[in-house]
Design a protein around this ligand. Structure first.
Ligand code: NAD
Ligand code: UDP
Length: 320
């Protein structure tokens, strides 16, 4: 009998890659999504498979799935700063009510559950690189607070279900990830830069561009998540690529790889934008024997190829 996994946020960037991964590993996959920020096109290639089923459902409302489930991966949530600024209440609900509903489902089904937390729980970090033991520096009432605090609540309620109800839980703290299937208009740095290049526009770097991020290629992230799910460790684990780069250098790398003539245009830095971010992945290395393998240049080339293909295909109609 195939093992069965429920993946929420399945039509999104990470969720769709996770569906591919679990199907490749021989699992039966149930994808769930309300298409708030995701696209059917991301899972279109899976819809006719007998081992894949799609539920159009909002996880902030009661979640019912018939039959046995072995594992749940909760990835449903707006994830880019632009998305969660536009949808603050849905973001809070997906992280808080959605997580509560899925933990309840995990308890009922005696399933293991992995929740998608984020490096944003560290806020604008005062410890660098960020280790799992750092408690963070988050502004709860700032514009990013809706996402950061929802994810911090997600971690707290997940620990409570583990400690109080004995649910088998996993918490992954995901750092900036990139790759094929990012939405070109989601406002995150990489898709924005690539879209601007496709439109022959200047590239918008916020602030002085000296703020840093550490970008992980999606295949590496998905492998780390798969290993974490199969591990027996219930405390949070950072999964990300520790190779840190300033946004200005990142923009220049993308200009170079794409051969673009676009120039850099400086724009104001958004409020509470973290100044630096880099995961300490000592724990993931030790626990999961995991570390990222994809060099940023190779990952960016693969992403650029897929972005160009996507740009030429019109979005298919979404059936609800
Ligand atoms: P995404 O926007 O591409 O995917 C999120 C998916 O969740 C979308 O398909 C959306 O329609 C769906 N969704 C949103 N609210 C929902 C709801 N209430 N019910 C059902 N479906 C809902 O974003 P992503 O980059 O794939 O992020 C996926 C998860 O990973 C998120 O939880 C995010 O917080 C987390 N994460 C991502 C990153 C990253 O770099 N991509 C970093 C840290 C954490
Ligand atoms: N950024 C930028 N130009 C853009 C979009 C983002 O300079 O058009 C910056 C943003 O201010 C942040 C970094 O790129 O410092 C990463 O932003 P992103 O939205 O990708 O993710 P974050 O790590 O902030 O969640």
């Amino acid at each position: 009998m195939k093992k069965k996994v429920l993946i929420t946020g399945a039509a999104g960037f990470l969720g769709s890659h996770l569906c591919d991964k679990f199907l490749t590993k021989g699992w039966q996959v149930i994808g769930m999504d309300n298409l708030l920020t995701g696209k059917i096109r991301n899972i279109e290639h899976l819809l006719s498979r007998p081992d894949f089923m799609f539920y159009h459902h909002d996880v902030s409302t009661y979640v019912h799935v018939p039959g046995h489930i072995d594992c749940i991966l909760h990835f449903a949530s707006p994830a880019s700063p632009v998305d969660y600024l536009k949808m603050p209440i849905q973001t809070l609900k997906a992280g808080a009510l959605g997580t509560h509903n899925l933990l309840g489902l995990a308890k009922t089904k005696k399933a293991k559950i992995l929740v998608a937390s984020t490096s944003e729980v560290y806020g604008d970090p005062l410890v660098h690189p960020q280790t799992e033991s750092y408690w963070g520096n988050v502004n709860p009432i700032g514009p990013r607070g809706v996402y950061d605090e929802a994810k911090r609540f997600m971690e707290s309620i997940t620990m409570a279900y583990h400690n109080f109800h004995g649910v088998e839980t996993r918490i992954v703290r995901i750092f900036n990830t990139y790759g094929p299937r990012m939405r070109l208009d989601d406002g995150r740095a990489l898709p924005t830069f690539m879209k601007q290049i496709l439109n022959n526009e200047d590239i918008t770097v916020y602030g002085d561009g000296l703020q840093t991020r550490s970008f992980c290629y999606v295949d590496d992230l998905v492998e780390g998540i798969y290993r974490l799910l199969l591990s027996d460790y219930h405390l949070p684990v950072n999964i990300g690529n520790p190779c840190e780069v300033s946004l200005l250098d990142f923009a220049r790398e993308i200009i170079n790889i794409t051969g673009s003539a676009s120039k850099i245009m400086y724009m104001p830095l958004p409020q509470d934008d973290p100044k630096q971010r880099k995961p300490d992945i000592t724990l993931a290395k030790k626990l999961l024997d995991w570390e990222p393998e994809t060099d940023r240049r190779d990952g960016l080339i693969k992403t650029w190829q897929s972005v160009q293909e996507d740009f030429l295909i019109p979005e298919i109609a979404i059936s609800k």
